[in-house]
Design a protein around this ligand. Structure first.
Ligand code: CUA
Length: 152
């Protein structure tokens, strides 16, 4: 009697393992298709066409938008220039893995997540230069991943 129970139990386990493997393979296949599609494929990137040409856009008298794409191991654009006394909204996403986006010496600090867009608004009153650093470990050259923000 017990033998039958054990047989059923192990059959259930085997079926479980097989479906795990099958679904795992399908999942991996889908991901590979996405990656091989090339550049602007993550939804965060395609939702905002501005990410195809990242950089600074003037949207009002003192209002600017900056689109930033992070990827191993650079920010695009690497150098951002905005005038002093401006209100700057950053839209940040990633092309590959999770990165950080921190404008040193300001409260601009967010994550850059593939498929998502982080939005932060910062007011820049004083002219000056700020380093931009990636503060999420993202691979071998993580510590070299940096940019610059110039307030003129
Ligand atoms: Cu990108 Cu650390």
């Amino acid at each position: 009697k017990y033998e039958k129970l054990w047989l059923i139990a192990s059959l259930v386990l085997i079926v479980g393992f097989i479906s795990t493997i099958v679904f795992g393979a399908v999942g991996a296949g889908v991901k590979m298709v996405d990656d091989s599609g090339g550049q602007v494929n993550a939804s965060g990137l395609s939702d905002h066409p501005e990410f195809k040409d990242p950089g600074v856009r003037k949207v009002g008298s003192n209002e600017y938008e900056v689109y930033v794409v992070a990827q191993q191991f650079i920010f695009n654009p690497e150098t951002i220039e905005v005038p002093a006394n401006s209100n700057v909204t950053f839209y940040v996403t990633s092309r590959d893995v999770i990165h950080g986006f921190e404008v040193v010496g300001t409260n601009a600090n967010t994550m850059a997540v593939p498929g998502e867009v982080s939005k932060i608004t910062v007011q820049f009153d004083e002219p000056g230069e700020h380093g931009i650093v990636c503060n999420e470990y993202c691979g071998g050259a993580h510590h070299d991943m940096e940019g610059k923000l110039i307030v003129r």
